[in-house]
Design a protein around this ligand. Structure first.
Ligand code: AMP
Length: 632
């Protein structure tokens, strides 16, 4: 007997999910399905995405809905449109052999008129994001009085995103006697409060330990200087030639910036964040899903609904503000029984957060060293060897050239030939990584690099050893700024404004506290003068902007230094500097630019080799990457 049938699932549903490749129920499905089918009970499920959660609630749900009726009988609420579309698609495929099923997605950023029409046709199941559901209710576009099941999916995330009032409003429209099934990856107090408020004596299931992440994920961290964060990211990506990863950033601005740098440096990357239009986001996701895109750089919110299998690495370029979100991020890898690596790039001041994370996930992190140049070269070399081993030869096309090729290479032995063919590419790796610095912080001293660090200690006359790191206060200056919420700014908006005005990297800015008509922010002490200068004569929406170091800490310490943090001045991060830029262009034939120069000068080597000249990074390299991924 089929294992899903044994749990009580009807044959027409089993037929549909068998076509999807579901043979054995996942642990959460095994626990949830029999209970949800048999009992009219509320349920709290503590589970990550990637555990088979959607089918765990989806299969019993479709089995209890009457598809001969046109009434809306089930409501599923989830935090983002991506997840909303995913759940809808999943339920549609589970109901493939259930005539009359109409499952409608209700989410922002798309025409509400079409959604009103789709619901009016008789949607038995509505899957919605809270904001758009409130709009629908206000327009009387959806009737929830006939609902018998409500699913709150990723409840913690809905609360994180500030949907509490919307949830209250929506749930007040549903009958009291309905069953509520709540799923959450983490169980902070707010979610427990919701569970208490809306549910009575819920059945509880936990997949894995409470708050524990997926056991197939290996958690690693790298400690680097803040200014080397981007160079370290590239090293890590280079060290894993077959990476299919997601890089998480803290803000939309940072996401855009990191993605742009990666693209410029020839990586097959793109950004996903809330400032993109729906069409742009769909396009990025389509490319990522089909693996024509190798590295997705995303904000937490935008990445919420991503359910792409085979993600090999999640990289935390910066940790999330809400540390619990780490579990959501890392849960993007090691889905459906696979393994994956979740990486955190930290500066030394943040190392303490690892202990917090270990408590949250109930697992240890491994400290890993940023690979050095020769380690990267070795990895790339053997990736190249297996690429050559697996390459498909187009016999028909190459046949006519072979006699001449054989004649030209006649004198070379097999060993000599191999060496030469491999060296053609390997020399580029070697050349690129020739003087690559060690990016590990213990080998580079303090946050600002050896020379500056020495200056700093000499200034203080402390003679402290280089390994001892100054605490946060001595590294950061707290600034007052006379704009705030009343000017329409939130944390992201203020960060963008500061970075745009000063031309500084977002990583130089620390905590931001928005008040009604003013705000505070922390900035690296080294950039204090730089910021003061940048904000001279600045306005925001017609208002003169003023910034002041609010605690006087660090004043004067930066005055004698020329800042090295401005864009384009950074030793590794800038597009027109040497160091760790542009290596990929050579190895993957992205834009055809020289890899020691991020500008479009069209370095001859890559042009000759790949002939992809000035195409955008994604046009030249996609086909290459696609075929590479296609083989995995
Ligand atoms: P979810 O946690 O619902 O996002 O599911 C994660 C992935 O696992 C999705 O790609 C599902 O299609 C897949 N999946 C869910 N249940 C099963 C199953 N029993 N067997 C195989 N794959 C499954």
């Amino acid at each position: 007997m089929n294992k899903f049938e044994a749990l009580g699932i009807l044959p027409n549903i089993v037929k549909a999910i068998t076509e999807l490749g579901f043979e054995t129920p996942t642990p959460i499905q095994e626990q949830a399905i029999p209970v949800l089918l048999k009992e009219e009970k509320d349920l709290v499920g503590l589970a990550q995405t990637g555990t088979g959660k959607t089918a765990a609630f989806g299969l019993p749900l479709i089995q209890t809905v009457d598809f001969n009726s046109r009434n809306t009988q089930a409501l599923i609420l989830c935090p983002t449109r991506e997840l909303c579309l995913q759940i809808t698609k999943d339920l549609q495929s589970y109901t493939k052999y259930m005539p009359g099923a109409n499952i409608v997605a209700i989410y922002g950023g798309a025409s509400i008129v079409n959604q009103l029409r789709d619901v009016k046709r008789g949607a038995q199941i509505v899957v919605g994001t809270p904001g758009r559901m409130v709009d629908m209710i206000n327009r009387r576009g959806v009737t929830l009085s006939t609902v018998i099941r409500v699913v709150l999916d990723e409840a913690d995330e809905m609360l994180n995103m500030g949907f509490k009032e919307d949830l209250d409003m929506i749930l007040s429209e549903t009958p009291d006697q309905k069953c509520t099934w709540l799923f959450s990856a983490t169980m902070p107090r707010e979610v427990e409060t919701i569970a208490r408020k809306y549910m009575s004596d819920p059945f509880q299931i936990t997949v894995g330990k409470r708050n524990e992440g997926n056991v197939n994920i290996e958690h690693q961290y790298y400690v680097v200087q803040s200014r080397d964060r981007y160079a370290s990211l590239k090293r890590i990506v280079d060290f894993y030639p077959d990476i299919f990863g997601i890089v998480f950033c803290r803000t939309k601005a940072e996401t855009q910036e990191v993605a742009e740098k990666l693209i410029r440096d020839g990586y097959n990357a793109d950004a996903l964040h809330g400032d993109l239009s729906q069409a742009q986001r769909d396009q990025v996701m389509k490319r990522y899903r089909s693996k024509t895109l190798q590295v997705l750089v995303a904000t937490d919110v935008a990445a919420r609904g991503i359910d792409v299998d085979d993600v090999t690495h999640v990289i935390n370029y910066n940790l999330p503000d809400e540390i619990e979100n780490y579990t959501h991020r890392s849960g993007r890898t090691a889905r459906a029984g696979k393994t994956g690596i979740s990486i955190v790039i930290l500066n030394i001041r943040e190392v303490g957060k690892i202990r917090m994370l270990e408590k949250i996930i109930g697992k240890k992190f491994t400290k890993v060293k940023v690979p050095n140049g020769s380690e990267v070269c070795e990895k790339q070399l053997f990736a190249l060897i297996s690429k050559i081993h697996d390459v498909e030869v187009n016999e028909a096309a190459i046949a006519q050239y072979l006699p001449q090729i054989y004649a030209q290479l006649e004198e070379l032995s097999k060993e000599e030939l191999i060496k030469r063919f491999v060296s053609d590419e390997f020399n580029r790796f070697l050349e690129y990584y020739k003087n690559a610095p060690d990016l590990n912080v213990e080998n580079r001293g303090m946050e600002r690099g050896p020379e500056v660090t020495r200056d700093r200690f000499n200034e203080r006359g402390s003679g402290e050893p280089r390994q001892r790191v100054p605490d946060r206060d001595s590294n950061m200056t707290r600034f007052f700024i006379n704009v705030g919420e009343m000017d329409g700014l939130d944390k992201g908006g203020l960060l963008r404004f500061i970075c745009d005005t000063s031309n500084l990297e977002g990583s130089n800015i620390g905590r931001i506290d928005i008040k009604s008509n003013f705000s505070f922010f922390d900035a690296a002490k080294e950039v204090e003068d730089f910021l003061m200068n940048a904000f001279k004569d600045q306005t925001y929406k017609g208002r003169n902007v003023r910034i002041d170091p609010s605690n006087g800490a660090g004043a004067g310490s930066a005055s004698s230094r020329e800042s090295s943090f401005g864009r384009g001045k950074r030793p590794y991060g800038g597009g027109n500097s040497g160091g760790d830029t542009g290596y990929r262009k050579k190895s993957y034939g992205g834009s055809g630019n020289s890899y020691s120069d991020g500008n479009s000068t069209g370095g001859g080597y890559a042009k000759r080799s790949y002939g992809s000249d000035d195409k955008p990074a994604d046009s030249g390299s996609y086909t290459d990457r696609k075929s590479k991924f296609g083989k995995r």
